[in-house]
Structure formats: C-alpha cells, structure tokens
Design a protein around this ligand. Sequence first.
Ligand code: C5P
Length: 226
Amino acid sequence: MKNVIIACDFKDKEELNSFLNKMPNKRPFLKIGMELFYKEGPLLIKELKQKGYKIFLDLKLHDIPTTVYKAMKNIALLDVELTNIHASGGVKMMEYAKKAIDEVGSSTILIAVTQLTSTSDEALKDELLINTPMNETIKHYAKNTKKAGLVGVVCSPLEAPIMNELGLISVTPGIRFSSNNADDQVRVSTPALAKELGSTYIVVGRSITKADNPVEAYEKCLKEFL
Ligand code: C5P
C-alpha cells in the first residue's frame, strides 16, 4: 500500500498536463485538490483514471451528514483510490460518508483530516475556543475517525506513530528533501524520516512539481520512502 503521492496544485488542466508531460513514462499517484477540481470537474478525474493514474481526491468534505452522504455517493462513482472529509464534522457525518461509499460498492479508501496544519495552538484556543491541547485534539479526532469506520487520517509524519498505534493509516504532507527550503510548511520531514516514522503515504508537492528534473525528484522520493 505504501506510496508517494504527488500534490498537483495547478490552476488548470493545461498546467497539470504540462507537468505530467515531463514524466511521460510514469503513472504516479496524484493528489487533485479543490483548485483543480472546481475548475475542471469530474471529467478531469475520469480522464486521469483512464490514462492509468491513481487519484487522491482531496476535497475535505464538511457539512451535515445527509449532504455529505449525497455528495460522497457522487465521489464514490468516480472510483478514486483515496478521498477525505473533515473529522471535525463529527462521527455521524463520517459514518454517513462511509455508508455512501459502501452503498456504491466503490473501493475508494476514506480518510479524515484531524486538525489542519494551518491551525495554530493559539487559533485553536482563542478563535475556535478549544482548550484541549492540539495533540490531544488530534488523537481524539483520530479515535472518532476509527469509531466511524474510516481507515486513516491526513496528518504530519510526526503524528504517524500515534496513528499506527491506533491502527490507522497515515497520509502525510509536509515533505522536503533536506536540501530544499520549507516554503510555507512549518514542520517538515524528509521521505526517509517519514518512512522511519511509519507513514503509509507521503504527499509531495513542490519538491517534485518545481524540481528542475521532476522524474529524478520523484524517483528519489520513491527510493527513500519505499
Ligand atoms: O508543496 P508541498 O509539498 O508543501 O504540498 C503539500 C500538499 O499537501 C499541498 O497540496 C497542501 O495543500 C497539502 N496539505 C498540507 N498539509 C495538510 C493537508 C494538506 O500540506 N495538513
């Protein structure tokens, strides 16, 4: 199951294709997020699947359980390998999302976002009025995820050991080669460290998409992580 997922943070299909054309003989696992999906729609996903790419559709659903259930049914029809919802939507919302996938009979793996890495300890306390420390919140949300029947979470590689203990898979962004700078990521790990910490999937964006030689960078990730 372990794999490297390339975060395709591109503005449209043209930009995506010009990146994919730099790796014509590869069929990597791609993360398609809101930016591309809201621009290009489900058709893009169907095209990529037809070409043999594996897809993590990163749409982070968060709404009332019935709405998430109905939306997830449409996502499940796309038969992507991975997709996600927000654990903060609650156990019932997560159960409804899982139920939608099961009813469609899709093999899509459903995971949850615990706390966004952009939420600081201060924001958690002062804006969201959550007085429980960040780590405890993350662990509690992960337990809820499991309770709802989901198999894993999106988290930092540094949290992968906790998720392993809970029997959850971890999909971990915030990856940099030691030689890169961190850009806007705060807590970063190398692919090798993510492996050591037990991540199931690493999500790598700019370290591959902005590399002079994306194929070389992708292969370096595979070599270090697998
Ligand atoms: O370019 P970089 O490797 O930093 O990209 C990481 C990707 O993972 C981006 O698409 C970002 O939105 C996503 N992500 C993240 N941290 C999270 C969840 C998603 O960096 N907690």
